[in-house]
Ligand binder design. Structure first.
Ligand code: PLP
Length: 381
């Protein structure tokens, strides 16, 4: 079956009891057991819940994994992966990553005696240099955040696997519609379900999809032991969002491509960072790695200082000033002051998160309205 058919039907089989075409929302925390010490399919909702399971079944199918796990947030999902490591282990992560992942790795994971090195994963050679015999995990984000850098997932997976490290890919920006990291050699795909999977700014959640059963079993053990599961209501909403995932992502990407082309010719714009533009350094890899579109996130550098950039992001109407992304509503933000404020100043500078950088999450509104909204902000600064 095609992707969009699976997004609607896999995991969402009709309710056998009532025939309802939408599966019921199971809020139950506990399930009657066949006998003392005997276990049915479900016993306690931290360990498993039918509504969560339905979502996990869909996600495993869409990413081509052996199984999926749904979490309370994207960060809970990433934390579950880092919790598989032990003191003395080493993580190599991309330098163009989600601000919260940077914070988790530097302020939480390192406390457990796990060392972290950030490298520019757009250059696989730098990954080769950074990997040591202690490296257990390579963490990649592509497209990266906020500079939309493109990492060659297959090349990085090959390098990491030579050293026996697991490869995790935060594929939140790409979505399973545009990139299939497991097929490219990754071991674990992570999503902030808060973003495109949910798609409507009304849930916080995360997911892991895993290629091999042994890795899945280990992650399930950590999830069940530590408890950061997705709640049933969120799982229900997320399953509903996923039914339109492909349509949303393709349409939002189309609008983003047009906006990127328009911004690239704008005299008040220094540079547009969008992998769909031929002059983007990752364009060729993205053309191979992403299926038919380049996503709906784009960043650009305004010709202006911190204050002018702040004025710009505060003056759009349709593009609402908020962190988060991936929903039907368009959002705008200034990474240096918002999504990437948890980077220390030196790392911000080093990784190109300048004061004039603006990040857009392009929603489902009409292109003409979004373009006019941005033009009115240009007129003000
Ligand atoms: C939002 C986001 C996360 C974190 O997810 P939460 O659901 O907010 O915990 C991780 N990675 C990327 C790329 C994100 O956009």
């Amino acid at each position: 079956m095609h992707f969009r058919t699976r997004a609607i039907h896999v995991g969402n089989e009709k309710c056998s009891e009532t025939g309802a075409v939408v599966r019921p929302l199971h809020l139950a925390s506990t399930f009657v057991q066949p006998g003392a010490g005997e276990w049915g399919e479900y016993d306690y909702s931290r360990s498993g819940n039918p509504t969560r399971k339905a979502l996990e079944t869909t996600l495993a199918s869409l990413e081509g994994g052996c199984g999926a796990l749904a979490f309370a947030s994207g960060m809970a999902a990433t934390h579950c992966v880092t919790s598989m490591l032990s003191a003395g282990d080493h993580i190599v992560a991309g330098s163009d990553i989600y601000g919260g992942t940077y914070r988790l790795l530097h302020k939480v994971t390192q406390r457990a005696g796990i060392s972290v090195t950030l490298v520019d994963t757009t250059n696989p050679g730098s990954l080769t240099e950074a990997i040591t015999p202690a490296t257990k995990l390579v963490w990649i984000e592509s497209p990266g955040n906020p500079r939309l850098s493109i990492t060659d997932i297959a090349a990085c997976a090959e390098i990491a696997h030579r050293q026996g490290a697991l490869v995790g890919v935060d594929s939140t920006f790409a979505t399973p519609v545009l990139t299939q990291p497991l097929e490219l050699g990754a071991d674990i795909v992570m999503h902030s379900a808060t973003k495109y999977l949910g798609g409507h700014s009304d849930l916080v959640g995360g997911a892991l999809v895993v290629r091999e059963q042994s890795v899945f079993d280990e992650l399930y053990f950590v999830q069940n032991a530590s408890g950061a599961i997705m709640g049933p209501l969120e799982a229900f909403l997320c399953s509903r969002g996923i039914k339109t995932l492909e349509l949303r992502v393709r349409e939002q990407s189309r609008t983003a491509q047009k906006l990127a082309e328009w911004l690239a010719g704008h005299q008040q714009v220094e540079r547009v960072l969008y992998p769909g533009l031929p002059d983007h350094p990752g364009h060729d890899i993205a053309s191979r790695q992403m299926q038919g579109a380049f996503g709906a996130m784009l960043s650009f550098e305004l010709r202006g200082n911190f204050a002018a950039t702040k004025r710009f992001v505060e003056s759009t109407q349709l593009f609402q000033l908020a962190v988060s992304l991936g929903a039907v509503e368009s959002l705008i933000e200034q990474p240096a002051a918002m999504s990437h404020a948890s980077y220390d100043a030196a790392d911000r500078e080093k990784h190109g998160i300048g004061d004039g950088l603006i990040r857009l999450s392009v929603g489902l509104e009409a292109y003409e309205d979004l373009q006019a909204d941005l033009q009115s902000a240009f007129n003000i600064v």
